[in-house]
Design a protein around this ligand. Sequence first.
Ligand code: FAD
Length: 482
Amino acid sequence: MPAEDRYEVIVVGGGGAGLAAATAAAQSGCKTLLVERRPALGGTTAISTGLVSAAGTWSQRCAGIADDTPERHCDDMLTAGQAQAERNSTTLTRLLAEEAPATVDWLAGLGVTFGGPFPSPGASRDRMLVPLPNAGSYIFHLARAFRRAGGVLRLGAAVDDLIVEEGRVTGVVSGSRRITATRGIILASGDFSAHKALRHAHLPQYDAMPAINPHSVGTGFELGLKLGGEILNGDIVRAGQLRFPPPEGQGSLVTRLPPHRWLAEPMRLALKHLPKALLKPVTMPFLATYLTPDAALFRQGAILLNAAGERFTDETKAPGLAVSRQPKGQAHIVFDAHIAAHFDTPPNAICSAPGVAHAYLRDFRRYRPDLVTSAASPEALAQALGMPPERLSASLPEGWAPGPLYALGPVRPAISTTMGGLRVDENLRVLRAGGAVVPGLYAAGSVGYGGLVIVGQGNNLGWAFTAGRRAGLNVARDQRNI
Ligand SMILES: Cc1cc2nc3c(=O)[nH]c(=O)nc-3n(C[C@H](O)[C@H](O)[C@H](O)COP(=O)(O)OP(=O)(O)OC[C@H]3O[C@@H](n4cnc5c(N)ncnc54)[C@H](O)[C@@H]3O)c2cc1C
């Protein structure tokens, strides 16, 4: 076997968890290989909003928040996840809360600039941070630190199988190559939202709903299951939120900015000190693209129409699943002039990022005009949206104000992330169904949720980085078989 195919640690997947794991292992002095299936690093982490929550951070201290603690963060997460309390791992929740601050400090030390802290639903203190200018900052700074620590990257190479010798995982198969690792293998290959069979087995009601990341192919789950691992909470999913498509051919400006510090630091200061009105040209396209329209829109009477001009569900009751079953998996939000006026100005926002900004109908008109259609009559609206006029007219509620009508959309629900994960212990070692360790195999991030039920904002990425880093540090201590 050539020397380039022998390592101490191999990490499968170059998203947030994999990069954190690989960097931590390489910084601990291990000869580390990171194998990424796609031509570029990033995974779902790179397309995420990037929010991460941690208690007792430097950002909180700068903002005068001195009384937040990991215990408080843990309590908030357990309270937010109360509906599924019996399925939640309190051990891993506590571990996440306790280690998230060190993870954030570590990321900041590698060069990630954070804005915030911001409030988030269910959090008793403002502790949510945003990477500036975007989530690409994590990928850029972690990859740089990994390379500087001597790590080796293989891009565009999928891991297809694991090598097992005498009961211990000792390497991976990638195409025609067999690559070995003396200390261990870390699975960090993301969730299974684009794995049809696993999706159907655990979440059959979501068969029609696409994954936001079509590359979340779930290989890590297959590999873990093959060695006797088990999936916990496979039927829990973050999905179905109505989302607007990004502007044609590009993301918003925020998502395209380069992740360099010379840009991030002024952005941090601007977020802190500039009046929110001045930030609007930057925040609004982002807000109007990546956030979900508020349910208040439907409570006020807005309706959803499919391509046939038909109403197909009770819009006030989590309509995402119903929308996913419509032609093209999409619908338009339609409302009259009265509802339009209600959501045109504060305090009634269509999309909200609490503490950052709110987007009203006028903001959509200005910053995402491609999403707004207005027409003087039902017939004109039907024509503009390509719907049969008589069907659309018949679908409109009685009692709507005569005059102009508005449509916002299309909206398309998708699966953000599956929450099922391989069973792992506190050291991120993969466990068999009976609880025995699979020697040499670790799992971090989405593939290693291990029974953690994450509800609050910023905790999925908190877990990806925290679990990844912890797995990388632990595998570096794994002395067996060297
Ligand atoms: C639109 C969106 C916004 C989000 N925003 C937030 C947020 O603001 N805050 C938050 O906490 N969470 C957020 N999340 C969730 C969060 O992004 C994920 O939980 C997190 O990124 C998962 O990280 P990961 O490293 O486990 O997986 P990923 O980032 O998906 O990385 C997995 C990597 O493994 C690679 N891979 C897969 N199979 C193989 C293979 N066989 N061989 C080699 N490589 C392989 C993939 O190509 C990918 O690069 C968001 C999710 C979405 C979809």
